[in-house]
Design a protein. Sequence first.
Length: 529
Amino acid sequence: MSRFKITPFLLFLTLCANAAETVSATTDDSAFVAFVRSQARPIRTVELSSGAPDNDSDLAPFGEIVGKAPLVGFGEADHGGHEQPSMRNRLFKYLVEHKGFRAILLESGYIEGLLADRYVQGDPTLTVQDAMTRGFTHGMGDVREVRELLEFMRDYNSRQKGPSTRLHYVGFDLSVLGDSTDVPLNELIPYLQKVDPKYLKEKFQTLLALAKRSAAFTHFAEGLYQKLGSEIIEPDHLDPLTTIAFEQLDASEQKALENGVTALVKRFAKMKSRYEAKSSEMDTLFNSRLAFMAWQNVRNLRSRQTHPKIVFFDTVLALLQQYDEQYQTLSHLKLDRIDQRHIIRKDKLNEDVQDYTTGRNSRELMSEENITWTQKTFGKALAYAHNGHLIKVLKHPKTEVPGGGVVENISVKGAGVFLAEKHGSDYVLIGSTEDRYVDANGAPLSKFNGFEVMATTDCSSCLERSFARLDAELPLFVLDLRKASGSARAYLEPERQVRASGQFGDIYSVPHAYDAIFYVNKVSKAGNP
């Protein structure tokens, strides 16, 4: 996917290589290495094609880790790799066949994901390529590993006799246009035309018109980014742009939009039986979720007013100013309604970045709500996302800022913390990590998907360094961290740096973050579709 790139003001939450020795955890890992050697369970392969029912005994340790939990998280250290998504596919197949799992969620848009689920359910009008390109956000679906997942699910469903055993795909994240409230509302029109045409013609049209105004500048910006060579808005710029768009409404209009989506959610609850009688239980279920997503979007926007600091806000303003003469970008805005409080102050980095991460708690809560809804709706579910979204504890990154300055001593709360609070031991998380990155020929890479790669050997207290010492005997394994005790547990307890996006940029206590960890010694790039 072609994408317009801008040098960011912050390499947010990405640890720079020269900050490798920032965690004072002990480096004597002998007891931990002995624990890994005795307790790690080798995995034969990550490839789904080798995971037939009579050939998956090596995955039994995953089954033991999961136990009876109805909700499982499987994290990845990086987007865009091959080994971890392939292991996800194989693990999901195992959980479906041995544990009765019925749904999988990916870190992609819920609305776009409805199309991917239609393919999984056997819609004859859709090809797998349709599902891959239109059913996922930010190009995340256009890889071989997603194709394998979707084809497995569709094939499995073709052999089922009833709805209770069918598999479902769900995206748990925002749409490609972020918090734009008009996006889920537009998706509701065909359904409301069938079940509630009078409401659609009257109150809903008023709500939709307001929502469209609240997102008008985001839609304009989408066209701008396409003119600049990108198919979509740069994801890091969605928070600034949707906030600017929303705040083009005056205070009373913002409140009217908030009240309108709240009333819509209540109407779906009140009219549930009547709507189901005119459509179906499943159709009503999915459309009521769209109404709730519109409400979630407004909550996200409001959260960024309570906690106004937004990373990349000044970058976006600079972009709009840069292209104003050519594309009249500023003429589409009431400039006095651009809230300068959203700009990160370089002399107050810690304070402002903490405010930004707190404001984003609403989005992580949204992810938890969507994951929880999926599990309650379809049964046992596997959620797959970046480790940082799924971990059960706060993370405390230390981040160097280009041009000088360091962000440190901040706390970042992911969806996994909300999941752990809501589900307790019913939520089991298996994190993932790796030692090194390689190309198609196995040669080491210094960059992976745009990120500089930090060598494991440069991080003396990282668990990956301990794992790498056992590569010859354990290149691919899963380890139940709950079994660690004594000196091995004591070594694990302190917060330490963990592999994330090529670096060791996340800091947290691993045994409190994960129940288990999956390790692969080398990661290659995702396959072409």
